[in-house]
Design a protein around this ligand. Structure first.
Ligand SMILES: *[C@@H]1O[C@H](CO)[C@@H](O)[C@H](O)[C@H]1NC(C)=O
Ligand SMILES: *[C@@H]1O[C@H](CO)[C@@H](O)[C@H](O)[C@H]1NC(C)=O
Ligand SMILES: *[C@@H]1O[C@H](CO)[C@@H](O)[C@H](O)[C@H]1NC(C)=O
Length: 943
C-alpha cells in the first residue's frame, strides 16, 4: 500500500508541488549530519591533491596472526590533532569461498567501564549485531589461506604490508598496507578492489562536546555532531554525538556497478558527483520520483561490479542510515590525487553509515553467477516458496466484505482467468486494529477462506507493526514491555499511523516474538483452522506519520539497549521474521508466505517483497524492470511491482501492457489505491480483457519454469529473471540493458513493451546463437538489435537455441488444480542440434522436499537426434509415485536445420513405442502424445 493521507501531508500537497513535499519531508545529504560531514571530509581530502596525510595506521606491535583461524587481528591507531590516539581494534578474516571480511570496532566504547552516556538504558558499545540479521549464520573460515608471519616492505614504495594468499589455486592475494591503513585485493595478479584508496577512511571516535574542538582535523566539520538541524528531528538527542564510520572502495577496471537497492533508478548505477549519494534508509516514500537516489522502503547494502574478466562484490554489513557515493571515469578524468594502478576505467565508491561498527565482506570471482552464489552462502538463499505464490495475486485497497471477495473470485472463473490469491488491505479490520475483523462485513471470514480453498485459492490479510492504542493487543504490548521505548524514559513509544495513535512492537525482543506467535495461532479471534491464510507485512520501515522523515525517531530504544539509529534498516526484517516464525508454528509443515515492504539483506530467507506504491504511469511500468533486475543481483529475487500502478487510473492500454510485463515479475500481483477505480482484468472489456487473460494464462503455463527457477535460486541464489550480462559477461554492450531479461535459465528472452502506442520493439540479442520467436518459431540470429512486432496483443519473447523447458498448457482456475496436469516440452536447438534443460517437481506446499527428499528432478538433453530425460535426484515416495500418471502430452522441437522429420521412437521402463509426429513446419517438429511418465527416465530417437 499506500500513500500516507495523513492530514498534514495532504495539506502540504494542496499548497506545494509534489516535488516540494518530498524535499520538505526527507533530508538531503547536506541536511543529514553524518552525510554532510563525510562528504565534507572527502572533498577536503580530494582538494589537497595528495598532500593529505591520513591519521589512520596499523600499530605493528599489536598484530596477531593466526593461520589456524585464517585471521589477522590488531589495532588501527587514529592520531588526533591534540596528540592523543584512539584505538580501533580490527580483524581481517579469510572466509570459506574466498571472501575477505574486515571488522573495525572502537576500543573505548566496547569497554563497559568507560560508559559516558548518562542514560544507563543504552549500551555504550557500537552496534555489532547487523551481521546477525544480514548473514544466515556465523560464516565458515577458509582452510586454504596462507598468511605472512610478519610485515613485508614493498621495494618500490617503501610501504610495509601484510599478505594473505588464498583460493584453491592461490589465485587471490590480499595486501594490508600498514600506514596509512589500506587493503588491496588481487585476483590472478590483477588488483581488483582497493579499500581506502582515496584515504576517506573515517571512524568518528567517542568524544564530548568540550573535547571536540581539539580532536577534529582541519579537513573535518562539526556540522550536526551534537545537534540535528533538520526541522522534524529537533527532538533527536544524539546521545553518542558523532559516531559515523566510512571508507572509500575502488573497483579497478570496473566501469559498471549494480545493486544497493532500493532506488527507483537505472539498473547500472550512476555517478553521484553532482547529486546526492544513493541513500539506504528504509522509509515510506510516497509520491516518489523515478530516476532518483532517494531512499525507499528497503535496503540491501550489497554492490556488484562487472568487467569482462571478473565480477566483484562488496557487502557492507551495517543497519544504520547509509550512503554510497559513486565516482566513475577513467583515471585521466579523475582527481590526480587518486592512486592509479592501471590504465583501465574504474569506479570509485565511498560508503558511510551513521553508527555501528565497520563490518564488510569483499568478494571477487570469475562471473556474476559465482558472486550470487557467494552472497547466498553468506546471507542465505531465497527460500523455496509454495507453488501457489507464483500464480497471480489479486489485491486492492480494499475488497469491502465477504460477498465482495467471493464475487471477485467468481468473476475470475466466469471469465476463465486463473488466479491463486485474493488480498485484503487494512479496511478488513475493526478500526484498523490488527487481528480483528470488521463487524457485519467480515463475520464469516473463516467460511470465506474455506470457500476460496475449494478452488485451491488462498487469502492474504495485512498485519502491520503499528498497533492501535487502547485495545487488547496494544495493552498487552505496553503492559509486558514489548514495544519500542521512548528516548528519555522507559515507557512505550507512541506515534501516529493508519489507526491514529499507535505503539510499535519491538521484534528485536524475543519475548515480543513469543507474543506475536500466539496472535496467529489457530482458532483465535483472528482465524479459525483454515490453512489458506497468509500474511502481508506493510508499513514496516517503520512508517510513522508523525515521525521525522515519516519514520521512527532515531533515538528511541530497542530491546538490548540499542538505539533505533543503529538498527533501523533491520527492523522490517525482524518484523517479517517474527511473522514467518508465527506462521510456521501455525502451519506445522507448510512453507509460510509473507510479503514485506521494508527489507534488509537476509530478508530473502523468509519473505517476498514488492516495490511499494507505484503510480499508474508509463514511466513507473518502465522503472519496475530495472528495479526487479537489481533485486536479482542482490539476492532478493522474489519481487514485483503493483501491476497497473498503485495510485491513479491506468488507461486500458497501460493496464494491458502492465499485465504483459507483470507476468514476468517473480511476484505477480495487481493492486490499486482506495481512490482508484476497480480494474480487475475482466473489467476493461474487449479486446483488453482477452489480452490480459492470455498473458495471465501464459504465466500459468510457464509455472514449471518459474518453480524450477526458484528451486535453483534456493540452492545457488541464481536469478529468477536474469540480466543479460549474467549469460554474456564478456559482452560489455549488454551490461546496462535494463528493459529485457532471460527467464531463469530457460533461454526465454523477454522485452516487455513499456511504451505507449508501440506496435514494435527493438530487442537486443547479446550473442550469435540462434533465437526463435516464441509463437511463430521464426529464426532471428545475430548479435545486435532486431525489430520485433509488438501489437497490443503481442509480447516480444524469443527462445534462445540450446534450451529445453517445460510448460503446463491446460487452463485451470488455480495452480493447485494443475498439480497432476500433463507437461508440454519445448526444445530450442542450438547450431549443433543440441539443447539442455531441467524440471523440478515437488508437492508445492510442504518441507518434505527438504526433510524426506520428496521431489523429482529431471534433466533433459537432446544430442545427435536423441532426446533424453534422466530422473536423477530425489527418492521414491507416495508423491513421486503418483507422478507416474503425469505424462508429457506434447514435445515441440524448434531448430534451424532440423535433420529429422518422420518418426519418434520412444522407450521408457523397458517398453518401446512409436509416437505420432507432425513433420517440420516453420522450424518446428512436433511429437504428439509421447505418453512418457514424468517420474522416470526415457529416451526418444528421432528420424
Ligand atoms: C492449525 O490447524 C491446522 C489445520 O487443522 C493443523 O494442521 C495445524 O496443526 C494447526 N496448528 C496448530 C498449531 O494447532
Ligand atoms: C513504483 O514502482 C517502483 C517499482 O515498480 C516501486 O518501488 C515504487 O514504490 C513505485 N513508485 C511509486 C511512486 O509509488
Ligand atoms: C514413478 O512411479 C512408478 C510407479 O509408481 C514407480 O515405480 C517409480 O519408482 C516412480 N519414480 C520415482 C522417482 O518415484
Amino acid at each position: 500500500m499506500k500513500l500516507e493521507f495523513v492530514s498534514i501531508v495532504a495539506t502540504f500537497a494542496l499548497f506545494r508541488s509534489v516535488f516540494g513535499v518530498k524535499r520538505e519531508l526527507f533530508k538531503t545529504c547536506e541536511q543529514n549530519g553524518f552525510c554532510h560531514r563525510n562528504r565534507h571530509l572527502a572533498n577536503a581530502i580530494s582538494n589537497k591533491h595528495g598532500s593529505y596525510s591520513s591519521p589512520y595506521s596499523v600499530d605493528e606491535t599489536s598484530i596477531r596472526i593466526s593461520e589456524e583461524v585464517s585471521a589477522i587481528e590488531g589495532s588501527i591507531m587514529k592520531k588526533l590533532p591534540n596528540g592523543k590516539a584512539v584505538e580501533l581494534p580490527f580483524t581481517i578474516e579469510v572466509l570459506k569461498s574466498d571472501n575477505i571480511r574486515l571488522t573495525i570496532d572502537e576500543k573505548e566504547r566496547s569497554d563497559p567501564k568507560s560508559l559516558r552516556v548518562a542514560d544507563k538504558r543504552f549500551k555504550s558499545r557500537r552496534f555489532n549485531e547487523a551481521s546477525k540479521y544480514a548473514l544466515k549464520g556465523e560464516p565458515e573460515i577458509s582452510v586454504n589461506a596462507k598468511l605472512t608471519k610478519e610485515s613485508i616492505t614493498d621495494k618500490s614504495t617503501g610501504e610495509k604490508y601484510l599478505s594473505i594468499i588464498y583460493g584453491d589455486e592461490s589465485e587471490y592475494e590480499a595486501q594490508i598496507t600498514l600506514s596509512p591503513f589500506k587493503i588491496t585485493v588481487y585476483y590472478h595478479g590483477q588488483p581488483e578492489i582497493i579499500l581506502n584508496d582515496r584515504n576517506f577512511f573515517n571512524i568518528e571516535h567517542w568524544r564530548t562536546q568540550d573535547q571536540q574542538a581539539s580532536e577534529l582535523s582541519p579537513e573535518e566539520t562539526d556540522y550536526g555532531t551534537f545537534k540535528d538541524e533538520f526541522k522534524d528531528s529537533q527532538g533527536d538527542h544524539l546521545p553518542f554525538g558523532p559516531e559515523s564510520i566510512g571508507v572509500d572502495v575502488s573497483f579497478i577496471g570496473y566501469d559498471k556497478v549494480f545493486g544497493i537497492p532500493e532506488h527507483a533508478d537505472t539498473f547500472s548505477l550512476k555517478d553521484t558527483t553532482n547529486d546526492d549519494p544513493y541513500r539506504l534508509f528504509n522509509v515510506d516514500i510516497f509520491e516518489y520520483e523515478t530516476q532518483s537516489k532517494f531512499p525507499m522502503y528497503g535496503s540491501i547494502p550489497f554492490m556488484v561490479a562487472q568487467k569482462k574478466s571478473a565480477t566483484a562484490g562488496l557487502f557492507w554489513i551495517n543497519a544504520a542510515d547509509t550512503y554510497v557515493d559513486i565516482k566513475k571515469g577513467s583515471p585521466a578524468q579523475s582527481n590526480p590525487d587518486q592512486i592509479v594502478l592501471t590504465s583501465e576505467k574504474s569506479t570509485k565508491t565511498h560508503w558511510f553509515s551513521e553508527a555501528g561498527i565497520l563490518d564488510l565482506i569483499i568478494m571477487v570471482d570469475k562471473s556474476p553467477l559465482a558472486i550470487n552464489k557467494k552472497y547466498g552462502e553468506l546471507s542465505g538463499n531465497p527460500e523455496l516458496p509454495q507453488l501457489f505464490t507464483l500464480g497471480y495475486h489479486q489485491c486492492r485497497w480494499n475488497y469491502n466484505d465477504v460477498d465482495d471477495v467471493l464475487d471477485v473470485s467468481e468473476k475470475f472463473d466466469n471469465f476463465e482467468i486463473p488466479y491463486d490469491v485474493i488480498w485484503l488491505d487494512i479496511e478488513y479490520t475493526e478500526n484498523k486494529k490488527y487481528f480483528t475483523w470488521k463487524k457485519g462485513l467480515f463475520d464469516d471470514h473463516v467460511e470465506m477462506n474455506k470457500k476460496l480453498a475449494e478452488t485451491g485459492r488462498n487469502l492474504v490479510a495485512i498485519i502491520d507493526p503499528h498497533i492501535k492504542t487502547d485495545y487488547q493487543v496494544s495493552n498487552d504490548i505496553e503492559k509486558q514491555g514489548l514495544g519500542i521505548k521512548n528516548s528519555d524514559n522507559d515507557d512505550t513509544y507512541h506515534g501516529h499511523c493508519w489507526p491514529g495513535e499507535s505503539v510499535w512492537i519491538d521484534t528485536f525482543n524475543p519475548k515480543s516474538k513469543a507474543y506475536w506467535n500466539k496472535l496467529f495461532a489457530n482458532n483465535t479471534d483472528f482465524s479459525g483452522d483454515e490453512t489458506n491464510l497468509h500474511i502481508w507485512n506493510d508499513m514496516s520501515e517503520p512508517s510513522v506519520f508523525s515521525g521525522p522523515e515519516t519514520t521512527a525517531p532515531k533515538d528511541i530504544v530497542h530491546y538490548g539497549g540499542w538505539e533505533h539509529r543503529s538498527v533501523h534498516n533491520a527492523y522490517g526484517l525482524t518484523f517479517h521474521e517474527a511473522t514467518y516464525d508465527a506462521m510456521s508454528k501455525r502451519y506445522v509443515n507448510k512453507r509460510p508466505f509473507i510479503l514485506t515492504r521494508a527489507y534488509y539483506a537476509g530478508s530473502q530467507r523468509s519473505a517476498a517483497m514488492w516495490s511499494g506504491d507505484n503510480k499508474s504511469k508509463w514511466e513507473f511500468l518502465k522503472i519496475s524492470l530495472p528495479m526487479a533486475l537489481t533485486s536479482q543481483v542482490v539476492g532478493m529475487p522474489f519481487t514485483g511491482s503493483d501491476v497497473g500502478g498503485f495510485f491513479g487510473d491506468p488507461s486500458s492500454e497501460l493496464l494491458t501492457r502492465w499485465y504483459q510485463a507483470g507476468i514476468w515479475y517473480p511476484f505477480f500481483r495487481g493492486h490499486a489505491h482506495i481512490d482508484s477505480k476497480r480494474r480487475e482484468p475482466y473489467i476493461a472489456g474487449e479486446p483488453y480483457t482477452s489480452i490480459m487473460r492470455d498473458a495471465i494464462r501464459l504465466r500459468y503455463s510457464l509455472l514449471p519454469v518459474f518453480y524450477t527457477g526458484f528451486h535453483h535460486a534456493s540452492i545457488t541464489n541464481a536469478p529468477i529473471i536474469t540480466p543479460l550480462f549474467y549469460s554474456n559477461p564478456e559482452n560489455e554492450d549488454c551490461y546496462e540493458i535494463e528493459d529485457e531479461f532471460f527467464v531463469a535459465d530457460s533461454g526465454l528472452l523477454v522485452k516487455p513493451v513499456t511504451q505507449e502506442g508501440a506496435t514494435s520493439v527493438s530487442i537486443y540479442i547479446p550473442d550469435e546463437k540462434p533465437y526463435f520467436d516464441y509463437h511463430t518459431h521464426e529464426l532471428i540470429q545475430g548479435k545486435g538489435s532486431h525489430d520485433l512486432q509488438a501489437e497490443l496483443e503481442q509480447i516480444p519473447i524469443l527462445m534462445q537455441g540450446g534450451h529445453i523447458f517445460s510448460r503446463k498448457d491446460r487452463y485451470r482456475r488455480s495452480s493447485k488444480l494443475m498439480k497432476y496436469d500433463p507437461y508440454t516440452l519445448v526444445v530450442a536447438l542450438d547450431e549443433e542440434g543440441s539443447a539442455k534443460g531441467s524440471l523440478y517437481i515437488d508437492d508445492g506446499e510442504t518441507f518434505d522436499y527438504k526433510k524426506d527428499d520428496d521431489f523429482v528432478y529431471v534433466d533433459f538433453a537432446i544430442k545427435d537426434n536423441k532426446l533424453q530425460s534422466s530422473v536423477n535426484v530425489g527418492k521414491q515416495t507416495p508423491f513421486t509415485e503418483l507422478l507416474d500418471k503425469v505424462k508429457v502430452e506434447k514435445i515441440i522441437i524448434v531448430g534451424k536445420d532440423i535433420s529429422f522429420s518422420s518418426s519418434a521412437k520412444v522407450s521408457q521402463n523397458g517398453e518401446n513405442w512409436e509416437a505420432e509426429t507432425i513433420g517440420i513446419n516453420n522450424n518446428a517438429f512436433i511429437i504428439r502424445n509421447p505418453a512418457v511418465a514424468i517420474n522416470k527416465s526415457w529416451t526418444i530417437e528421432l528420424n
